[in-house]
Write a protein that binds this ligand. Structure first.
Ligand code: GTP
Ligand code: MG
Length: 191
């Protein structure tokens, strides 16, 4: 009996993060850095990544579907990937949208993809953390610039925040996770 209760409690404590963003944004590197793994040998992800970490007394599962992979430049392929990616929307507590602060050329794509995601019915209850990654690079876009260019202030459907970070230096990664977990605690009474 006790063990059943314990299991139930553990299960309740699990929160689910879906991490998305254009290819090359740094999603894999962010997760590796959070897990204290070597970040010098990251290559483009072809498959699905799922990692569970213990954080602030609960377990946090981060899922990164293979998405928006533009390496092939194949539009048909992208559509196929995107429909596959929809399988992971269910039960998402928080969406982490990773933006490459050095990618000025694709900031329009980035805005479009994010706007599309926020229309997804199954993501309606999720909060949004925008990780502005690669801020260790000089001449990268500023938080204000990205906030403006992604139209973040126009988002009324989701609670959101933006944090400049770096998977290379580790800047703000824990702070981002803390925000996400605290928000889940407040909203979902998880802990
Ligand atoms: N300078 C700098 N480079 C970074 C940072 N994060 C990631 N990178 C580099 O950006 C490139 C892409 O990183 P990935 O983690 O593979 O990006 P991804 O979003 O997982 O890409 P896909 O798997 O293709 O979708 C790699 O060369 C990383 O070393 C960062 O914070 N700063
Ligand atoms: Mg990757």
């Amino acid at each position: 009996m006790l063990s059943i209760l314990r299991k139930a409690r553990l299960k309740d404590k699990e929160m689910r993060i879906l991490m998305l963003g254009l290819d090359n944004a740094g999603k894999t590197t962010i997760v590796k850095r959070i897990m204290n793994e070597d970040v010098t040998t990251v290559s483009p992800t072809l498959g699905f990544i799922i990692k569970t970490i213990d954080f602030m007394g609960g377990s946090v599962t981060i899922r990164i579907p293979a998405i928006l992979t533009r390496h092939s430049g194949d539009v048909g392929g992208q559509k196929t990937l995107r429909s596959y990616w929809k399988n992971y929307f269910e039960k998402t507590d928080t969406l982490i949208w990773v933006v490459d602060a050095t990618d000025r050329l694709r900031v329009g794509d980035c805005r479009e993809e994010l706007a599309g995601l926020l229309l997804e019915e199954r993501l309606m209850g999720a909060t949004l953390l925008v990780f502005l990654n690669k801020t260790d690079v000089e001449q990268c876009m500023s938080e204000d610039e990205v906030r403006e260019r992604l139209g973040l202030d126009l988002i009324k459907t989701h609670k959101w925040t933006i944090l400049p970070c770096s998977a290379m230096t580790g800047r703000n990664l824990n702070e981002g996770l803390e925000w996400v977990v605290q928000d889940a605690k407040d909203r979902l009474f998880l802990y």
